[in-house]
Design a protein around this ligand. Structure first.
Ligand SMILES: [Mn+2]
Length: 299
């Protein structure tokens, strides 16, 4: 059995189980790559759209699932500047967390969160006594590798993980890749405008390879439905196709893309800023890209 299959099997077996039914409302976003607001921060230009979307989802009683790479810990060594740059976003996550409606998964760019001791250390280093007030305002950062959404009173499941489990270089060698991006690539990117070669989001061959491996695993596991991120390429298959869904990302040039599950129906949605002719002002709106399609068609 290949190493990738072993990694995927393990992520599947140890997934945190959650049961869902016709009342469940879930929004999945991934790949925010929140940084320190500097030139290299890919999220900054979309934070207004993202915050508006999150406020809406919070009001409408959704559960928020972050499917990995929420935070960019390759280009940034410390968590403090990221927290300071995106405090409004973290405050929104805190609301979901306090209501028990938050699930955070780690990807390759925030794989440090795999280790609860590391999380504790990151929080401890940041929340020194002078920052204790902020700590009180913060929430428990608890990360999982994967979720298993079980359709209530059935044996049917959807598995959710970041997707770098099918990307050997980014799962096993994440520390080397992080080193490469942190000390070398960030500067090349800035000076010459070249894209990071370790990222399937910016490299078509590796994107296709990751999708192929995931498809293979799905077929091997009786067409197990999967929701992932990582490649930044949104994906919503036909019901006759292999059930591999991808949330896209929150770093698209002028929009964020995500997946919703409402009333056991799945959709792909996009949020973006749009100039409204009648009111002559910019409005942030949501459009449906695909669905809503009955989940039963995929499982
Ligand atoms: Mn990733």
């Amino acid at each position: 059995m290949s190493i990738v299959n072993k990694i995927l099997d393990r992520a599947y077996k140890k997934a945190k189980k959650i049961s869902i039914n016709t009342d469940s409302k879930i929004i999945f976003f991934s790949d925010l790559h929140k940084g320190d607001n500097s030139y290299a921060d890919d999220f900054t230009h979309n934070y207004k759209i993202y915050n508006r979307a999150l406020k809406n989802y919070y009001k409408e009683d959704y559960t928020y699932v972050e499917v990995g790479d929420g935070i960019e810990l390759w280009e940034n060594k410390s968590f403090e500047p990221i927290f300071k740059a995106h405090e409004s976003t973290f405050n929104l996550l805190k609301l979901f967390s306090r209501n028990g409606r938050l699930h955070m998964l780690w990807g390759n760019h925030d794989m440090e969160f795999r280790n609860p001791l590391k999380v504790e250390k990151i929080i401890h280093t940041f929340f020194k006594p002078k920052n204790l007030k902020i700590k009180d305002l913060f929430f428990d950062l608890k990360y999982e590798e994967s979720l298993l959404l079980n359709i209530e009173n059935s044996s049917k499941n959807i598995v959710v993980f970041h997707g770098h489990q099918a990307d050997y270089m980014n799962y096993i060698n994440w520390k080397f890749n992080r080193f490469f991006v942190r000390y070398f690539w960030k500067y090349i990117q800035r000076w010459f405008g070249v894209s990071d070669p370790t990222s399937p989001a910016k490299n078509h061959t590796s994107l296709i390879r990751v999708e192929k491996r995931l498809n293979k695993w799905i077929v091997k596991n009786k067409n197990q439905m999967v929701i992932c991120g990582h490649t930044h390429r949104p994906r919503f298959p036909d019901s006759s196709d292999i059930p591999l869904f991808n949330t896209g990302s929150c770093v698209h040039p002028d929009s964020i893309i995500g997946i919703e599950i409402v009333n056991l129906k799945i959709s792909l949605v996009k949020w973006y800023e749009h100039f409204d002719e009648s009111s002559q002002e910019n409005k942030i709106i949501k459009v449906l890209l695909e669905g809503p399609t009955d989940i039963k068609k995929f499982i």
